[in-house]
Ligand binder design. Sequence first.
Ligand code: OAD
Length: 246
Amino acid sequence: MRRRPLPTDMASKKSIVILTGAGISAESGLGTFRDKDGLWTKYDLEEVATPQGFARNPVLVHDFYNARRRNLIEAAPNAAHYALAELEKNWDGDFLLVTQNVDDLHERAGSERLLHMHGELLKIRCERCQDVGRWTGDLDLATACTACGTSGSLRPHVVWFGEMPLHMEEIYAALENCDLFLSIGTSGQVYPAAGFVAEVRKVGRAHTVELNLERSDGYSLFAEGIYGPATEIVPAYVRRLLNGGI
Ligand code: OAD
């Protein structure tokens, strides 16, 4: 396939890091966490998204993630996911997409340089042997680990509150070296992701842009803000970038 020629400005191998959150998948029908009707208005995160909650009531936690897994299987990527995959294909410099989302809509849209810092809903992990495998059905206490055979030791491969996010070394290295940092569809309330923009600003050379439905808590830390539904503002911003504007 022929690559679209890039303007000279873009050909100078600029490095880009993009952070996404639940807002990018909202128009695919996956709920966000903190908006009106968000998941954390209906469920107690201490009960369903902490290791302590899982130890107290694993059935409740499995039910919560089973329902989310079923929703995800029915959902499809939207124009914002596709636009980021298109950007990656046409970008000459370093490119890294970091998502807080546990859905697989970026992959299904074609993104490849992608890190899931909060894990993946379509993967499970054995707490006994640490084996990680793909899982698309329901999970319960009777399910046995295919690697070690233990039952009752499997959990969703997602990061819960109080646990270490994944891939942090690689993410911070990319943040320190980027020329452009985009934050898309995240409320900026959960660390360490909420601190990425400050990390980028410490180095001082990158342009920083927030793209969100509305101003996030940390909007004033960004040099530029673009507001509206992700399916409109992300494709428009990607067109602008590929036409040579940062
Ligand atoms: P939040 O629910 O906190 O924030 C979603 C953001 O998306 C809000 O700022 C909305 O305004 C915005 N938004 C909603 N609809 C949008 C749309 N159509 N287009 C653009 N923006 C839209 O979700 P996150 O910031 O992703 O962690 O939450 C971060 C982490 O908190 C999650 O990864 C999860 C959660 O608890 C864990 O479970 C560990």
